[in-house]
Design a protein around this ligand. Structure first.
Ligand code: PLP
Length: 401
């Protein structure tokens, strides 16, 4: 007998499970298009040079390992919220915009969601169909009771189902939390246009819904940090109160350092003290205190114009490579006469492409060609490079015959 006898085994997490299977696969032509991490044209993880430089500053021997404040390193949270929202120093000084350091983007969502349940009495949240698969788990674990969805991907046209999106939002009950991808939507790579964002904001305002932006890919949609922040900044300009999570996993390549930020935007100075104190209690009860290294590294870069410039140039190079791979995949498929239309590959932005391949196509590609992608047909474009792109295009062509 064991006290653990009745524990049921959970399903494996698809993306991490696939990475494990991929690593165990000894076929020389294998291709990993699963996990959302940047790869160089040599198929290698990218240790961004300016991050390495900043780390040498962080590790210069003058730091100790004392606790950070519960809400995190202020030079980091301030700079991170500014990166997101632009010139907000006055709001930061009065306190109506503040950041909370988090365990990367996931941790920001988790703390924010628990705050919304406990202190704004939220019970219902909405996420796009499809979305990053962890949204559901994070929000349910935080105490939300109703998980609802809004339409997003139109399977037939392989584009945004904007009418469906608006209709579902319009039917949401007051105080429902709406998870919005700030840019580079995962997994579809489709973002609303500026006019569409305006309409979304209008509906959210009219129906008294609460926007919760998830910004895990700032810089990865267009290569331009400002452009990628347009949606969130628009909501700010319209006087919304909202939350926004930020991840520095992707745009700094700091996946395992868990550097993230949760920005609160409030309308009244009067509520700041209470809100901050309650977020402090949530963090205290969840993990007590944030880690130092990733946040200090990001802060070192964001607070130094020379390093920040170098980082922005690198981001541009990374997104240029992604765009080149999109173009090349589409061209390859079209030149091979592959069944179907392939303009969606270049219409989409960010790291991911929602290919439109079915689960059985995905299975065929894995078993016959050792090409790995999510069951949904989502591929990480960064996994493509000049050495494997022809192979992948030919394999897709064969799969669709
Ligand atoms: N949000 C989205 C849409 C994501 O795709 C991810 C990562 O894949 C995250 C949030 C959070 O990632 P992390 O916790 O690694 O920062």
């Amino acid at each position: 007998m064991s006290i653990f006898s009745d524990v049921e085994e959970a399903q494996p997490i698809e993306v991490f499970h696939l990475v494990k299977v991929f690593n165990e696969d000894d076929d020389p032509s294998k291709v990993n298009l699963t996990i959302g991490a940047y790869r160089t044209d040599e198929g290698k993880p990218y240790y961004i040079p300016v991050v390495k430089k900043a780390e040498s500053v962080v590790l210069d021997g003058t730091l100790n390992h004392e606790y950070l404040p519960i809400l995190g390193l202020e030079s980091f949270t301030k700079a991170a919220s500014q990166l997101l929202l632009g010139d907000i120093t006055q709001r930061q000084e009065e306190g109506t915009i503040f950041g909370v350091q988090s365990i990367s983007g996931s941790g920001a969502l988790r703390v924010g969601a628990e705050f919304l349940v406990k202190h704004l009495k939220c019970t219902t949240f909405y996420y796009s169909i499809p979305t990053w698969e962890n949204h559901h788990l994070i929000f349910m674990t935080s105490g939300f009771q109703n998980a609802k969805t809004y339409r997003y991907w139109n399977e037939e046209t392989r584009s945004l189902d904007f009418d469906g999106f608006c209709e579902d939002l319009s039917n949401a009950p007051e105080n429902a939390v709406i998870i919005l991808h700030g840019c580079a939507h995962n997994p579809t790579g489709l973002d609303p246009t500026e006019d569409q964002w305006k309409k979304i904001a209008e509906i959210i305002k009219e129906h008294k819904l609460i926007p919760f932006f998830d910004n895990a890919y700032q810089g990865f949609a267009s290569g331009d940090l400002e452009k990628d922040a347009w949606s969130v900044r628009y909501f700010l300009s319209q006087g919304f109160e909202f939350l926004c999570s930020q991840s520095f996993a992707k745009n700094y390549g700091l996946y395992n350092e868990r550097a993230g930020n949760l920005t609160f935007v409030l309308n009244s100075v009067e509520n700041v003290k209470a809100v901050k104190s309650q977020v402090t209690m949530i963090v205290r009860g969840m993990y007590s205190n944030p880690p130092n290294h990733g946040a200090r590294t990001v802060s070192t870069i964001l607070n130094n114009d020379v390093l920040k410039n170098e980082w922005m140039n690198t981001l541009k190079l990374m997104t240029d490579r992604i765009k080149a791979m999109r173009k090349s995949l589409r061209e390859n498929l079209e030149n091979l006469g592959t069944i179907g239309t392939w303009n969606h590959i270049t219409d989409q932005t960010g790291m991911f492409s929602y290919t439109g391949l079915s689960a059985s196509h995905v299975e065929y590609l894995r078993s016959k060609y050792h090409i790995y992608m999510l069951r949904s047909g989502r591929i990480n474009i960064c996994g493509l490079n000049t050495n494997n792109i022809n192979y992948v295009a030919e394999a897709i062509t064969d799969t669709l015959l």
